[in-house]
Design a binder for this molecule. Structure first.
Ligand code: 0L1
Ligand code: MG
Length: 255
């Protein structure tokens, strides 16, 4: 087995077993970002081979708060499958994750394909709806510690997503207030402007990055725009809610 296939298998197994695995880059200094995206695809292909269905993509590290939290300062993307969907208002099991965290986000629902270098206007024209959302991230690496190459190989820590009510994108969503609450207590506040200055920039970047991988955003895809604040840890018993100005709330519980 070649080394990239081995890394993909190791990361996929770590996710299935909810057991941390050592970082790749300290022992493979030649590991490149391009190879890491190949590992990501190989690892997600294993999920698809088990019957999971591709539902879209996520953008990661699109805000200063996220970059500072994990010490990586480049935008990255990952792949979403239907098995990652957590029903809005439902409970997820902490035991299925290594060390989960939650990110307040907004999500796009695509109504037309999009790929390559596109303008913000073209990106907006391809959007059916926007929604308040949360991503559950769970690095498969020990101590939630990684370099860019590691986290890209690990599907940018993607583990779950929760989507709230869909709304028309024909409104100004460039600078909407965001409040993340755990057990009714405000733990993070932010603005959609934290996503690259405007969430549409994240969609423009997603179109460019998927095209570089020979793929495209499809009609019906969900695109997670990226974490707006630092991501708090999740523990059993918590109720987690993200409220986005004008878009309403989305919540889940941890058991
Ligand atoms: O912004 C994100 O969705 C997170 C990307 C990966 C970094 C992390 O695990 O915090
Ligand atoms: Mg995220």
């Amino acid at each position: 087995m070649d080394r990239l296939t081995q890394y993909a298998e190791t990361l996929d197994t770590a996710a299935i077993k909810a057991e941390a695995t050592p970082q790749i880059t300290p022992v493979d200094s030649a590991f490149t970002v391009e190879e890491a995206y190949q590992v990501q695809k190989l690892s997600v292909d294993r999920r698809l081979a088990r019957g999971e269905r591709r539902i879209g993509v996520k953008m990661g590290l699109t805000s200063r708060a996220k970059m500072l939290q994990v010490g990586v300062d480049e935008v990255a993307w990952g792949r979403l499958t239907d098995a990652m969907l957590v029903e809005e208002g439902s409970s997820l099991s902490r035991a299925k994750y290594v060390h989960p965290r939650v990110e307040p986000e907004i999500a796009f629902l695509m109504k037309a394909p999009l790929a390559g270098k596109v303008t913000a206007a073209a990106a907006l024209a391809a959007v059916e709806a926007i929604a308040p959302a949360m991503e559950i991230i769970d690095s498969r690496f020990e101590n939630f510690k990684f370099a860019l190459e590691d986290v890209v190989a690990d599907n940018t820590s993607s583990s779950g997503l929760v989507i709230g009510p869909w709304h028309s994108p024909r409104q100004d969503f460039s600078n909407l207030g965001v409040i993340l609450e755990i057990d009714g207590e405000v733990v993070e506040v932010g603005s959609t402007a934290a996503i690259l200055g405007h969430p549409l920039r994240s969609l423009v970047a997603a179109a460019r990055l998927v095209a570089e991988a020979g793929e495209q955003l499809e009609a019906g895809d969900i695109v997670m725009a990226g974490g707006i604040t630092a991501a708090p840890n999740l523990s059993p018993g918590q109720t987690v809610r993200n409220t986005v100005q004008n878009l309403g709330s989305v919540m889940f519980q941890v058991e």
